[in-house]
Design a protein around this ligand. Sequence first.
Ligand SMILES: C[S@@+](CC[C@H](N)C(=O)[O-])C[C@H]1O[C@@H](n2cnc3c(N)ncnc32)[C@H](O)[C@@H]1O
Length: 307
Amino acid sequence: MRENKPSKTACKVALNVVTLGAKPGMEHILPPGIVEATANLLVVSSAARAGVVRKAGSRRMVSVREAFDWTLLGEFDAIGARKAFCERQVRNGIGAGAAQVLVLGAGYDTMGWRLAPEFSGVNFFEIDHPATARLKARGIEAMGRRDNLCLVAGDLGKRKLLDLLKDTPSWDRRARTIIVAEGLLMYLPPEAVRNLFRQGAAMTGVGSRIAFTCVPTGADGRPDAGRWTGLVLWIFKAAGEPWIWSIRPEALDLFLEETGWTHTPELEGATGQHGVEFYGVATKSPGDSETGEVPPPGQEDPPGQQV
Ligand SMILES: C[S@@+](CC[C@H](N)C(=O)[O-])C[C@H]1O[C@@H](n2cnc3c(N)ncnc32)[C@H](O)[C@@H]1O
C-alpha cells in the first residue's frame, strides 16, 4: 500500500458494486441497500466524483465491464457473490450469538454502516490503512454516524491486531465475534496474514468465526489470477497494491489449525471458486485463546487511531 494514498482497489470494488446494481438479476444476489449506500459513500467521502459514480451505475457501464472482464475472468459478477457471502456470514454469525463484528481492510464496504442500526446490540468495528480509513470516516460522518460502528486506522501489514484494538474501549476480547477479511489477504505479507489469524483467535471469545476470501497459489508459486496472471499481477503492482499472499486450497486446513482456527466449510454456503478467489470460513479452535503473541506491558506498539 502507498503510505498516503487511499486504496484504488477499494474504490474499484465499490464502483463495481454500483455497476452491478444496474445489471438485471443482481438484485437477487446483492444485499439490500448496498448499491445506494455504496454510491452515496463514494461521493460524500470524495473517494470518487459524482459524475464517475453516476456513470458507474449505468447499463452502458455494465456492458463495458463485461467486455473487459477477460483480464480477471469472472471478477465483475464475483464481487457481487463476495458481498453476498460476507453479509450472509455476518448475519448467520449474529444469529448464532455473535456480539461483535470486525471487518478488516474494509475499504468502502457499507455492511457495518447498514447493519449497525438493525443489530443495535452488536458492536461493529472496521480497520483499514490510514489514508483509506480517514476518507471512509469522512463519508460515514456525512451519511450519519452509528453509535455501534467504530472505525480504526492502521496498517495491518505492519501492526498487530492487538495493538490496533487495545485503545478501542468497546472491544471485548471475550465476546463471540465474526471477523471478515474480504479481498484483503492477498495484499498482506505472509507473516502479517499468519499474525492476523493468530491474533484474531487470541482477541476473540469462544465460538468466534472468521470469514475470508483468498487467491489460490498457482503451479509457479505466484497468486493465480487466471490466464493473464502475469499482466494482472503487474497491473496491481503498478497501482501500488501488489498481490503478495496466496494459498493452495489444500493447505488451508493446516494453515488454520496452526493459527488457532478450525476450517468449517459446512458454514460456507457457497463452495468453489468465484472469479479468481475462493472463500473460507473457520471457527475458533477450543482452548486456543492465547495463541497470539501478547507482549508484556510496556513493550506494546502504539494503539490504532480511531477515526
Ligand atoms: C480490494 S480492497 C477491498 C475492500 C473491501 N474489503 C471490499 O471488498 O469492498 C482492499 C482493501 O484492503 C486494504 N488494505 C490493503 N493493505 C492493507 C494494510 N496493509 N493495512 C490495512 N488495510 C489494507 C485497502 O486499503 C483496501 O481497502
